[in-house]
Design a protein around this ligand. Structure first.
Ligand SMILES: [Zn+2]
Length: 269
């Protein structure tokens, strides 16, 4: 959002807006004594960055707050690089002349996974969000166990919000689900964080070992509720079985709640 806004101001069709934004950039960074970057040095709009990504300022505290250093940090975080270019897409060195040169514009590029993607002032937000989501999916896909379902092309991400539209659910269950997702249910673990002097974080169902009573522990891990976990599992199996049974002929036999042994047959040629 802010990167779109920044591009919009620096590349604005209105001469006054554009020149004001550019003057503000020059004035601010000059007062912070940020030197211009030499060729191949890391930079934010031509101004030198330190290896940490921060602006190479020699006078941070002259008492005037401004957006520019923040925007530099934002660009570093989101992998966006900004440079001055001519309309024939030639890169130009930064100088005061740029303030009044209408043929020079700011070119924004987002780099993700070694690939560069151009950003426009209107579509920057969408492009960055798409890139971020793509990056996240790749991360999930690389995990050994978790998150693979979310990467399937057929995965419907709106399912995780379906409880909000499910009129069959009682209000209690909806409230429970919302609180569970926000991690604000009064589990012993949460209570021990909120009231550290009076609450213990362990589940009371265990005598020999101490188990932290977190939400995953209550929903999946506590032996005291094992019967309920099995009942929940079987109920889901029944629902799925009912749903898919209509897709098979009556001669196909379905096994539920029973142990099936997988037999590996090797064919020798
Ligand atoms: Zn327990």
């Amino acid at each position: 959002m802010r990167i779109s806004h920044l591009l919009n101001m620096l590349n604005n069709d209105d001469k006054d807006v554009r020149e004001l934004a550019r003057s503000s950039l020059f004035l601010d960074l000059r007062r912070r004594k940020v030197p211009l970057a030499r060729e191949s040095e890391p930079h934010f709009l031509g101004f030198k960055r330190k290896s940490s990504g921060k602006l190479d300022t020699h006078s941070a505290g002259f008492g005037v707050w401004s957006d520019w250093p923040d925007l530099n940090d934002l660009c570093v975080r989101t992998g966006v690089s900004l440079e001055w270019a001519k309309s024939d897409s030639r890169t130009v060195r930064v100088s005061e002349d740029i303030i009044t040169d209408p043929l020079t514009y700011v070119r924004a590029t987002a780099t993700y996974g070694g690939h560069s993607h151009p950003l426009t002032s209107t579509g920057a937000r969408r492009t960055l969000m798409d890139l971020h989501q793509h990056h996240q999916k790749q991360y999930w896909a690389g995990l050994k166990l978790q998150g693979k379902l979310a990467c399937l092309p057929s995965a419907n991400h709106s399912v995780s919000h379906s409880f909000l539209k499910n009129t069959a659910l009682s209000e209690d269950i909806v409230i429970f689900t919302v609180k569970a997702r926000l991690q604000v249910l009064p589990t012993r673990f949460n209570l021990s964080i909120w009231f550290s002097t009076t609450q213990v974080l362990y589940c009371l169902h265990h005598t020999t070992e101490q188990m932290t009573e977190t939400l995953p522990h209550i929903l999946n891990g506590c032996h005291a509720h094992k019967g309920m976990y099995i009942a929940r599992h079987d109920r889901i199996v029944d629902l799925i079985a009912k749903e898919i049974s209509s897709h098979f002929s009556s001669s196909v036999r379905m096994y539920k709640h029973s142990f099936c042994k997988t037999i590996h047959v090797s064919v020798l040629q």
